[in-house]
Design a protein around this ligand. Sequence first.
Ligand code: GLU
Length: 447
Amino acid sequence: MTTQEKLESIFAAVVQRNPGEAEFHQAVREVLDSVGPALEKHPEYADAKIIERICEPERQIIFRVPWEDDRGEVHINRGFRVEFNSALGPYKGGLRFHPSVYLGIVKFLGFEQLFKNALTGMPIGGGKGGSDFDPRGRSDREVMRFCQSFMTELYRHIGEYTDVPAGDIGVGAREIGYLFGQYKRITNRYESGVLTGKGLAYGGAQVRREATGYGAVFFAQEMLRVTGDDLDGKRVVVSGSGNVATYAIEKVHQLGGTVVACSDSSGFIHDDKGIDVEVLKEVKQVRRERIAAYVQHRPHASFTAGQSVWQVPCHVALPSATQNELDATDAATLAAGGCLLVVEGANMPATPRAIRVFAETGVRFGPGKAANAGGVAASALEMQQNASRDSWTFAYSEQRLRDIMRDIHDRCYATADEYGMPGNYAAGANIDGFRSVAEAMLAHGLI
Ligand code: GLU
């Protein structure tokens, strides 16, 4: 069997064993499409069935989460934690609370996470979790009761040396606070390192909140640097308006670019003078309103309901909302509008066909598992500070993040070169992440 045929049969087995999990299939396909050359160079990986083992999570936990709303009505949600791979360290990855969450989403995210975490060069394995709970429109007390019920089951599976969850879509500082409080109460342990993304008041780390967005922009800056370019004067479009998008916008502006549009699931706003990030924070973080409210504060800006933000021309696009939000049509529109660079702030926002369009039209592409690794890297820095009962300054933490993002960029770039695919960051990221995990798995024997 050729390597290609072997990979095809592994993929067919993954699809058969995990029926109906389209996003997981997509994430596996994307990695398997790149790792052929690494397998040819390292026949020992195939002999030890490393790929087959990587595609099967070490452990998958699914549980009932009952809770009561403010009117006393009982609700039942489903909770998940998929502990994907612990070759490089304790399972590490966020929790997503969103109605679209099911096992296939958690597995795609966990699979991406293990390679992403490997790319950071830090001692963290890969995992992911969440629930189909929808926090939108829920009161603080409802969210608290949900988080307490969720943790009442999750606590037995996690720990500083076992599995360390953090946030993702729908899970921010408020939720992490409630989850931490309940963990502490049940276990009678003040175990700071069991969760990351904690508030600064109780063991959180500087720059963790900003890290995914800032990191994606640092990655874009590095991609521009290798062509002798920078962000100064660039028009940028960011999709989303959550944690990743907000801090990406903030950093682009600090580095001299202008973000002219961003979005939420209801539509997008266009502000040619540059999105006012303080207004955006007030609307989205403080008031938890829809993005249309932004134009009440900035009357020269416009809101367009129900349409794709990618119709706004830009030099740099930062998809930072959710999976499969940017399709082949959007990709072609971006290319026609003069887009130079697409850097993924979210997990798997560009569809496979969109990525093909970028390659055909010469738009350079920074894949999420490299470009958005700043969040989890800052989580690993938070774990480091918790373990040593230390806390670093904002400036020092940001410098560490910047260095890590440069290192991830350089690894992807160099690996793509080494394997004869110069400029192919997706292949570089997949091969480099895969190699690190494979080497550790080989060393641990057949487990
Ligand atoms: N959910 C984030 C990600 O996709 C952060 C995970 C973490 O900090 O553990 O990487």
